[in-house]
Ligand binder design. Structure first.
Ligand code: S3P
Length: 169
């Protein structure tokens, strides 16, 4: 079985995915990281130089060609929302939407050092960032809600992670 983690930027897909994989003795992959390695460019550079639709195609191509068992895969925040990717995601394994409200997401993202092309220009204005996150989250939840499991991730702890493992296995 495979587990695919989806959710908005900043919800903790990568850090939670690594912990989940370790606890379950599964292999861990982060799709953004794979794309960065294969393109030899940062996500920001890919968006700026090659464009968002090129990036979206890379995500779908990778999902379409995925083969493997016992993986925890952290996807990008936008991966489920393009090219009917939720269908592919749900055919690969159990999808888990890591849900966090827009206030908590904003608090995390405003302090994040990671460059995320979709929100970079709003980061120095918290009010604008809040509005942007709220708007984007509303649009994206339609896709995220197609996950097999919806799991709220505020106040994560080791026992809450064990509870999630109980839900997926
Ligand atoms: C994106 C999220 C990012 C990355 C890219 C686009 C998005 O991943 O794939 O910047 O569209 O939400 P994270 O969710 O890991 O930040």
């Amino acid at each position: 079985m495979n587990i695919l983690l989806i959710g908005f930027m900043g919800c903790g897909k990568t850090s939670l995915g690594e912990k989940l994989a370790e606890k379950m003795n599964f292999k861990f992959i982060d799709l953004d990281e794979i794309i960065v390695q294969s393109e030899q460019l940062s996500i920001n550079e890919i968006f700026n130089v090659k464009g968002e639709s090129y990036f979206r195609k890379l995500e779908t191509d990778w999902l379409s060609n995925f083969e493997g068992e016992n993986f925890v895969v952290s996807l990008g925040g936008g991966t489920p929302c393009f090219n009917d990717n939720m269908k592919i995601i749900n055919s690969i394994g159990t999808s888990v939407y890591l849900q966090l409200n827009s206030e908590s997401l904003t608090d995390r993202l405003v302090h994040s050092k990671q460059k995320r092309p979709l929100i970079e220009s709003f980061k120095n204005d918290k009010a604008k960032l809040t509005l942007e996150i709220d708007k984007l989250l509303k649009r994206r939840e339609v896709f995220y809600n197609k996950a097999n499991i919806i799991f709220e991730v505020s106040n994560m702890s080791s026992s809450k992670l064990d509870y999630l493992i109980g839900l997926v296995v």
